[in-house]
Design a binder for this molecule. Structure first.
Ligand code: AMP
Length: 116
């Protein structure tokens, strides 16, 4: 689990991406392969590989991400219905080992389904 993921390169400006929002702690970009009409990624600038690698020290950062996820969903017009997904580990579908939240909206998700 190297720290030099594609998201680190995006954060450092080495790779272009469609940035919707950023502050000192996080960046929000459009997903390059959207699974819903609205599909953005909210990524902490700190390269925590997986959610389980976060510690108590990261509690404020994780709280910040949750608040920003709501703000971003509202700003994208999906505040009333969106899905927030974190894949933790390869078997759960994680492909980029730099913690990130998927914000998915403008789609009717099957009732009770956890699929994306
Ligand atoms: P996960 O499978 O949860 O690790 O999610 C990784 C996500 O990153 C996938 O939805 C990819 O489509 C997305 N992704 C990979 N590379 C890029 C990129 N260069 N710009 C934007 N999104 C990307």
């Amino acid at each position: 689990m190297s720290e030099e993921t594609i998201f680190t390169k995006i954060i450092n400006g080495q790779i272009p991406s469609e940035i919707l929002f950023q502050d000192d702690l996080c960046i929000c970009i459009k997903d390059i392969q959207p699974k819903a009409p609205t599909h953005v990624l909210l990524i902490p600038k700190k390269p925590i590989p997986r959610l389980v690698d976060a510690t108590q020290e990261d509690a404020a950062l994780l709280g910040h991400l949750m608040v920003k996820a709501g703000d971003i969903a509202k700003s994208l017009g999906v505040g009333d219905a969106f899905r927030l997904v974190i894949n933790n580990g390869e078997q759960a579908g994680q492909t980029v080992f730099h913690l990130h939240m998927h914000i998915l909206g403008d789609k009717t998700f099957t009732e009770g389904s956890l699929g994306m």
